[in-house]
Write a protein that binds this ligand. Structure first.
Ligand code: HEC
Length: 146
């Protein structure tokens, strides 16, 4: 696709004004630079970071312990109660109330469900991991009230 665009650009410049021919290398360079910037910024975001607005330290925990059920790819009942995939689009109020529920369930040890942990031992959370999530959920309430 890119070579086609460049070819068209060259044709346009050539037809409109032969004097502008000197500009061609700059146009080509610019198109390549733009394409490179777009790809450089896009690829790492998709691979290593959540696009959800949840900090990475929290996201890795939720991803392994919760998102099998609580995400677009999750299960009906769980997804209906809490879907983490569209998190960034939630209103501040919704984030705060969902976040409170997340911390509460984790502290109580009811989420992730025991049966899930039995089958997925990596979803067994340590107190430290629960604290990381609850610190984040608390910070959302503070942010909202300020
Ligand atoms: C194996 C699937 C599964 C996993 C993994 C899982 N959940 Fe759930 N979760 C459910 C289901 C099913 C429900 C709805 C039924 C219920 O409330 O018990 C639910 C409900 C919830 C609710 C709503 C409770 C309510 O009463 O409204 C919250 C909050 C929640 N889960 C948080 C979490 C968090 C946080 C994790 C990860 C630490 C997690 N869940 C992991 C299946 C799961």
């Amino acid at each position: 696709m890119l070579p086609g665009i460049i070819y068209l650009l060259i044709l346009t410049v050539e037809k409109s004004n032969p004097m502008k021919k000197q500009l061609i290398p700059f146009i080509v360079l610019e198109v390549f630079t733009a394409a490179f910037m777009v790809s450089a910024f896009q690829t790492p975001t998709q691979q290593t970071q959540s696009t959800s607005g949840i900090p990475d330290s929290v996201y890795v925990i939720l991803k392994k312990a919760c998102m099998a059920c609580h995400s677009d790819q999750g299960t009906g009942l769980a997804k209906g109660k809490l879907n983490l995939s569209p998190w960034d689009g939630y209103s501040a109020d919704r984030k705060v109330s969902k976040a409170r529920a997340i911390c509460k369930e984790m502290k109580a040890g009811t989420m992730p469900p025991r049966r899930f942990v039995a089958k997925n031992p990596e979803a067994q959370l340590t107190d430290d991991q629960i604290r990381i999530v609850c610190d984040w959920t608390a910070s959302l309430s503070i942010e909202k009230n300020n």
